[in-house]
Design a binder for this molecule. Sequence first.
Ligand SMILES: NC(=O)c1ccc[n+]([C@@H]2O[C@H](COP(=O)([O-])OP(=O)(O)OC[C@H]3O[C@@H](n4cnc5c(N)ncnc54)[C@H](O)[C@@H]3O)[C@@H](O)[C@H]2O)c1
Ligand SMILES: O=C(O)C[C@H](O)C(=O)O
Length: 312
Amino acid sequence: MAIKRSKISVIGSGFTGATTALMIAQKELGDVVLVDIPDMEEPTKGRALDMLEASPVQGFDVNITGTSNYEDTKDSDLVIITAGIARKPGMTRDDLVNTNAKIMKSVASEIATYSPETFIVVLTNPVDAMTYSVFKESGFPKERVIGQSGVLDTARFRTFVAQELNLSIKDITGFVLGGHGDDMVPLIRYSHAGGIPLDTLLSKDRLDAIVERTRKGGGEIVGLLGNGSAYYAPAASLTVMAEAILKDQRRVIPSIAYLEGEYGYSDIYLGVPTILGGNGIEEIIELDLTDEEKADLDKSAASVKEVLDVLK
Ligand SMILES: NC(=O)c1ccc[n+]([C@@H]2O[C@H](COP(=O)([O-])OP(=O)(O)OC[C@H]3O[C@@H](n4cnc5c(N)ncnc54)[C@H](O)[C@@H]3O)[C@@H](O)[C@H]2O)c1
Ligand SMILES: O=C(O)C[C@H](O)C(=O)O
């Protein structure tokens, strides 16, 4: 059987979609199809062509096309959903729920029609609820519908710790669990600098401040940008998840996964540590939590449930 190059469709050609398409192409993870609504077809084709024209300069050797026709996404190996509206200053992610839920419905049905065997990674906010919605609308098995938040939230946490300690970002690890909202749960006990637990290097006050800044990290960027939300770090996070799946890396990555009893929750998508590989979410890792950590996770899960109730 002939070996084929992977095909990755990115739905939504806005800030996060276009940046993700470029990063995926630069890593040569496969050919990229960038999709947007018919009104955006010309700019989408233009963005794709512009990226393709960067390939001789940078030396990446994959194809990138723009379209508004889902037939062009047929038989994708991976589909990334960034379609929908983003928040502006003064808004919460949950304010986007009604508009974006309608978009998830139509996008999920197109994906199920043209790529019934694909993996889906959802970025659109409020992402825990939107991943749930895509799971229900697509009818796909839970391991093939995954949401992105933990890679980004952990990246923000690691950035702030590295800045605070004046250490290389490479030596800082962390783990942020829970919903992608202001009550997400950065787990200090599982965070290290070169293997040394962070609470031996930083005072409780400094760690509390870093946790708070991480929780509000998306809002900090929204406030600075003024007319949209973050896209470089979100696109980098999606690219790492895409690579883990397409290269069957079995990476330990926090993903938004469908829970059926894990951590004591059911019928909810929530950020938890997972093993991400060629079968999508191959495992959910259940960490021992202290009473305080579990209470924080309960609070975060309750916020996600509230948004899900709006959807249902
Ligand atoms: N989960 C996360 O960590 C995270 C991080 C960053 C952004 N986001 C979310 O991702 C979403 C996109 O953000 P952005 O900055 O790229 O926004 P953007 O406005 O720049 O781009 C969104 C694009 O989606 C397109 N679109 C709308 N309806 C569509 C449909 N039915 N089919 C295809 N395309 C459609 C729009 O035309 C637009 O080009 C937002 O909801 C944002 O909140 C989530
Ligand atoms: O904050 C947002 O609205 C976008 C995204 O969820 C982020 O965390 O950057």
